[in-house]
Ligand binder design. Structure first.
Ligand code: GLP
Length: 242
């Protein structure tokens, strides 16, 4: 079930998304958070940092599980998702590093590392999973064609996704890794609630496919049509095809 909020600006979109996050953070138990990278959730993370600074909301006992990581980048690479999360959230709140989980993209055996990640993830219930959406309808790094029953796995990135993400790698697609370790679609669907943030005209087709298109692996995000509680935060451009 989708609950859709459309706002004019990215800041308003982020503030609305934070309302759902805040309910979870202020709920009756210390939550497990599923987190995402990309530009879409950065405003939400700013709201979370502000709330930590102004209201003292603590992350001391919070566990986080990130969706995905590039294969082949060391953790301290400037564009690894490990680095992204530290720069955009973890370094600014009081979360102990041992509570942070980001798939390992730089190990010897990525398949085994994915299996180990899934095993750890499956021990917990994610209270809220933050998601962006790729322009080809991917969520996390589950590209078109990825089976709906997938769990954490190695994924070959599409040309489109590598092109979209080249802006983080000096605009050079050749520097963008070709594979990633990603939570699967079935792993994501286990989260109790989902916050999905999308802004900009280049997301309009993917947002339409997710909500109004057929449920098909050609648009991985369309699996969310089967989820009980998905909060979708959009600007007018991303909502323009609905
Ligand atoms: C990457 C990430 C996704 C993210 C998507 C959209 O491919 N793996 O988790 O949702 O990009 O990114 P952005 O929010 O920067 O548009």
């Amino acid at each position: 079930m989708f609950h859709v909020t459309v706002k004019d600006t990215y800041d308003e979109v982020s503030a609305e998304a934070f309302k759902v996050m805040k309910e979870v953070m202020y709920g009756d138990h210390t939550p497990v958070l599923g987190l995402a990278t990309g530009s879409s959730p950065v405003g939400l993370y700013k709201e979370m940092i502000r709330d930590h600074n102004e209201n003292g909301t603590s992350y001391k006992d919070i566990l986080t599980f990130n969706l995905d990581e590039y294969i082949g980048l060391p953790r301290d690479h400037r564009e690894s998702y490990w680095t992204f999360m530290h720069v955009n959230l973890f370094n600014h709140v009081d979360i102990p590093d041992e509570n942070v989980h980001v798939p390992l993209g730089c190990g010897e055996d990525p398949e085994a590392d994915c299996a180990a990640y899934e095993e750890e993830l499956a021990k917990h219930t994610v209270d809220v999973q933050v998601l962006g959406i790729g322009s080809d309808g991917h969520i996390a790094f589950n590209e078109p064609g990825c089976p709906f029953d997938s769990v954490t796995h190695v994924m070959d990135l599409t040309e489109q996704t590598r092109q979209d993400n080249a802006r983080f790698f000096d605009g050079d697609i050749n520097q963008v890794p070709t594979k990633a370790c990603t939570m699967g679609l079935a792993s994501i669907m286990r989260a109790k609630k989902i916050i999905l943030i999308a802004t900009g005209a280049n997301k309009a087709d993917a947002v339409y496919g997710m909500m109004k298109g057929p449920k098909t692996v050609d648009c991985p995000a369309s699996i969310l049509q089967d989820h009980a509680e998905v909060y979708v935060f959009l600007d007018k451009e991303a909502a323009s095809k609905l």
